[in-house]
Design a protein around this ligand. Structure first.
Ligand code: FPP
Length: 247
């Protein structure tokens, strides 16, 4: 029996975040170079996005490139950027057909002009899509996102536009890249690593974490269903006791 049939579609996470990890190790296992792993990772992104949209998940955010990834060998960075341009271009029709809106979080200005241009084009062309938002975290750092938000807020305090008492959770949320999206209820990380790696530090405060040994290129629909099913079997207490939840 597929995990899909066990999922309660009335209790889906609205937003799933994914740290796609293990492309390099997957490729190495096959005696191939790391780029081969990234290329095969694209299929997993497609399949996960389609499965989420079909289930009724409203937001899917994938960590495609961190600010720290700029420190990888130049050849790998260039190959990843080329892969992004080709993928965005190649998937545009499928995204529109599936009614999926593309979004981006991160320092887009630091990306090569060709990538930024393709992204802006795809975001504009899919802006009307309603079924799900697929957000790519690109040149993204959770700490940098919070620093950016703090600076924006500090400027408003400095100019007298707002007072200190107006700095709230909600104001911080409104100054993050993810403004307008609900916080992810579920974070998936592949490849056996169990850390956040500077991903959505503020937004994941109450998320359930799901770690799997599967390398990203092997992640498929069934793996996604399994993660959602596991999430649905967790007790989310938000600081309360189990008894309080069930009374
Ligand atoms: C982590 O694996 C993966 C990345 C840093 C890049 C993710 C990119 C893709 C899946 C392809 C393109 C994506 C989109 C959205 C079009 P790793 O290289 O750190 O693997 P390792 O830990 O085994 O070395």
């Amino acid at each position: 029996m597929s995990f899909k049939e066990k999922i309660d579609t009335h209790r889906l996470p609205k937003h799933i975040a994914v740290i796609m990890d293990g492309n390099g190790r997957w490729a190495k296992q096959q005696g191939k170079n790391r780029i081969f792993g990234h290329t095969n990772g694209v299929r997993a992104v497609r399949e996960t996005a389609e499965a989420c949209a079909e289930l009724g998940v409203q937001y899917l955010t994938v960590y495609a490139f961190s600010t720290e990834n700029w420190n990888r060998p130049e050849m790998e960075v260039n190959a990843l950027m080329a892969l992004l341009v080709n993928t965005i271009d190649g998937e545009l029709k499928t995204l529109t057909k599936n009614d999926i809106r593309l979004g981006v979080i991160g320092d887009v200005d630091s990306l090569p002009a060709s990538v930024a241009k393709q992204l802006r084009n795809a975001i504009e062309k899919t802006a009307h899509c309603k079924r799900m938002q697929l957000t790519l975290a690109l040149s993204y750092s959770g700490k940098a996102e919070i620093v950016r938000a703090m600076k924006q807020i500090a400027l408003k305090v400095q100019s007298g536009e707002i007072g200190l008492h107006e700095i709230t959770d909600d104001l911080i949320h409104r100054n993050l890249y993810t403004y307008g999206m609900p916080d992810p209820e579920l974070l998936i990380r592949t490849s056996g690593e169990q850390r956040l790696s500077n991903f959505l530090l503020w937004q994941l405060a109450y998320a359930e974490f799901y770690f799997t040994e599967v390398f990203w290129p092997d992640f498929d629909r069934e793996e996604l269903y399994k993660a959602v099913y596991t999430y649905q079997n967790r007790e989310r207490r938000f600081g309360k006791t189990s008894e309080q939840l069930h009374s």
